[in-house]
Design a protein around this ligand. Sequence first.
Ligand code: NDP
Length: 498
Amino acid sequence: MGREAPDTLKNYINGTWVGARSGAAMESVNPATGETLGLVQRSGPEDVHDAVRAAAAAFPAWRRTPAPRRAEILFRAAERLVAHKEDLAQLMTREMGKVIAETRGDVQEAIDMSYFIAGEGRRLHGYTTPSEMPNKAAYCVRAPLGVVGIITPWNFPMAIPSWKIVPALVCGNTVVFKPASYTPLVALRFVQILEEAGLPPGVLNIVTGPGQGAGEALVAHPDVRVVSFTGSTETGLRLAEQCARLGKRISLEMGGKNAAIVMADADLGLATDALIWSAFGTTGQRCTACSRIVVHRAAKSELTERLVERAKRLRLGDGLRPETEVGPVVSESQLDRIHQYVQVGLQEGARLLVGGSRVRDGGLDRGYFYAPTIFDRVRPEMRIAQEEIFGPVTDLIEADSFESAVEMLNDSRYGLSASIFTHDINAAMRAIDDIDAGIVYVNHGTIGAEVHLPFGGTKETGNGHREGGRQVLDVFSEWKAVYVDYSGRLQRAQIDRG
Ligand code: NDP
């Protein structure tokens, strides 16, 4: 990768590493230590324009490249990701803070997605169907859309971009990628690996820079046909309005307020293990994090005791240390936001059982560490039970029946991930039917999606699209219906058809 000065990384546009036209840069900082890791381009609309132009110019040749050939490049990218898994994971832990076991998992998701989608290059199936008329073939094929704009958050800095970029490319689109400003270094490395795998110039471009500026310009650009966005509901809905006005497709993956139900007959040891990692893994900064635990009255006191005991013992620290279980949150502003929510919870009358404060002791004063926090006596209507906190905070909500537990779980504007712990097969099956969410787990935490199943949520979590699974191909392609008439004459019945 070209360097303008030590540690100043460039955008990748049209197969070349280039600086922002303004010459402005921005920092990437380690949230565990405050250390500056490097500088990247602070790009603006003019750089986005260059990238979109390059992607538009590369589109005709890329769309004509047979899908299995496109997929071979993506397969090679998967091989390179495997070879670089450890150094990518280490960079990711330093840049966004989550512990090394989790960043290895994040890279692994990108590997899994790349292998999975490389296989799809030979399976971009359409279908044939009988025509209404004799001597006429009728079938449909998937067609690429053009230039795709991809905007991603910082919490899964490689997995989420891979879930979007790799399927967009296999479908024959070209891409302009604007990563989150907290995690540009990982994003640049990911693009570099795809470049080394053999993508032609212009097929994939990356422009680092602020959402308000580079991101807005990407969404607004007339040559961008599709936008795929993961991030906050507030930003996502704003972008959806803009895309609606411009007649563009947008796929949204937004907030969550995920809940787990623990029934009276549940294995409480299993539920405790699973919920500790669902609530506090990635320091609570997963879109699938469990931030509400709806527990049956009969299991409440034992589950509470077990969760609090485990939460107190979680070891906070730099995610690169093997003994660390919970890393820092991504930034000081995110830490302040979490702490404000804890104050809201106290004002609303919830009872703080553990946590609720910043942690500075034990050499953690330079990073953004927050103690794993559990609230009890939470009522479903409280703000801490309704609003996404995106930090290591979870709520205990008491239910007195299966029906009321499901009702409380569904009492949310979001619908991403949910789970139920029970040995009652009837209750489990009814929960699968009745829970209003895109992902449902049984006897499992709210986290742990696999690449070959559809990923996404209902209500204000999304807008009906699914990324992940073969369903992601529907985001990045559109259907073309084909009729081939080999009768050699105008068939009368054609005239009254649409
Ligand atoms: P944002 O929605 O602010 O940012 C997500 C991405 O959108 C980033 O790349 C960001 O750029 C970009 N962006 C921001 N504003 C615009 C804009 N006006 N036009 C185009 N792009 C824009 O989310 P954050 O990353 O700040 O996280 C905040 C909240 O989002 C979290 O607290 C959580 O609630 C939610 N979230 C949900 C996730 C999920 O997977 N569902 C993942 C991450 C966050 P930049 O980084 O430069 O601001």
